[in-house]
Design a protein around this ligand. Structure first.
Ligand code: NAP
Length: 284
């Protein structure tokens, strides 16, 4: 337990209090915001995973010893196995695994998408979650109250044109997480699935036009800090599944009502609302 945990939790029944957390995607966006909350509000010891050393070192500088990090590519299964060995050698038993790392390739129609980029997306956005679970579940299960949290996306609730690899990967994360959750009684492994909608982070950095220029996105997108607050609250309260964001809730409803038409309807909204951003999706 993190020594800072000697202080008292701010909330009653704080399920995160003093836990050892492994969190992927710690160097940026939602993951970095979660790291800060876990250390500063819940006295957690956070072991972050990402590839960018400079950003991880800056976070270590900011958060101190309660934050440590490992640099590896989560889409590489052998790197996960090495990581698990390193934890074992240090007698580190994680209580919580948050699979948050992810990438969003440029919005593009399937037949124009580079096959290598498609595969990389599936490996990063879906298989990394499987690799992480395979490597760390044996360790996690040694914790008295293990928690697995997987971050999927609204794209898992209603697929969108232009993100075939991302939507398929996130839908796979959702199904994988729900199936896995049903394999364990909650006292053996608690599982939480988070489905965030558009959030203002650097995940859009590779897009053709800045998302800030798209009114559709800026209207729908949630600030990163607010999304992190919501995820933090869901984990603190022991929620099993949460959809965050008005766009995500709307997409889930649309898909439930009109499963055969939902993606096309969303496509129409995208085309009208942010033509520059989705140029490679809707033009030849
Ligand atoms: N932003 C949104 O609108 C939105 C909506 C729904 C769901 N999500 C999901 O939320 C999660 C966090 O996204 P974000 O918006 O916070 O994005 P972000 O700011 O781009 O952060 C992504 C994080 O993932 C890490 N990462 C990416 N590929 C990696 C790899 N191969 N190996 C190791 N680490 C890797 C990055 O670290 P390095 O670059 O240092 O490796 C970074 O820390 C993702 O799973 C994303 O799909 C985001």
């Amino acid at each position: 337990m993190n020594p800072a945990a000697a202080a008292k939790p701010q909330q009653k029944n704080d399920r995160l209090w003093g836990k050892t957390v492994v969190l992927t995607g710690a160097s940026s966006g939602i993951g970095r915001a979660l790291c800060r909350r876990l250390v500063q509000k819940h006295a957690c010891r956070v072991i972050g995973v990402a590839r960018n050393e400079e950003r991880c070192a800056a976070l270590r500088e900011e958060l101190g010893e309660a934050f440590s990090f490992f640099l590896f590519d989560v889409s590489d299964e052998s790197a996960w196995q090495d990581f698990a060995l390193r934890l074992q050698e240090r007698n580190t038993v994680p209580d919580v695994l948050i699979n948050n790392a992810g990438m969003l390739p440029p919005f593009c129609r399937f037949d124009k998408t580079d096959p290598a980029l498609f595969s990389q997306t599936v490996r990063t956005d879906f298989l990394s979650v499987v690799y992480g679970c395979r490597a760390l579940l044996p360790l996690l299960k040694k914790s008295p109250a293990p928690l697995l949290c997987n971050i999927a996306s609204s794209a898992a609730l209603c697929p969108l044109p232009g993100v075939t690899a991302y939507a398929a990967s996130k839908a796979a994360v959702k199904s994988f997480t729900e199936a896995l959750a049903a394999e364990y009684p909650a006292d053996k492994l608690r599982v939480c699935l988070i489905l965030p909608g558009f959030t203002m982070t650097d995940i859009f950095r590779g897009q053709k036009s800045e998302i800030g220029k798209s009114r559709l996105i800026t209207m729908a997108a949630m600030p990163c800090e607010k999304m992190a607050d919501k995820i933090e609250r869901a984990l603190t309260k022991g929620k099993k599944r949460k959809v965050f964001g008005i766009d995500a809730k709307g997409m889930a409803l649309l898909y439930a009502l009109l499963p055969a038409h939902a993606a096309r309807i969303c496509g129409g909204v995208m085309r009208r609302g942010a033509a520059a951003l989705f140029e490679d999706v809707f033009t030849e």
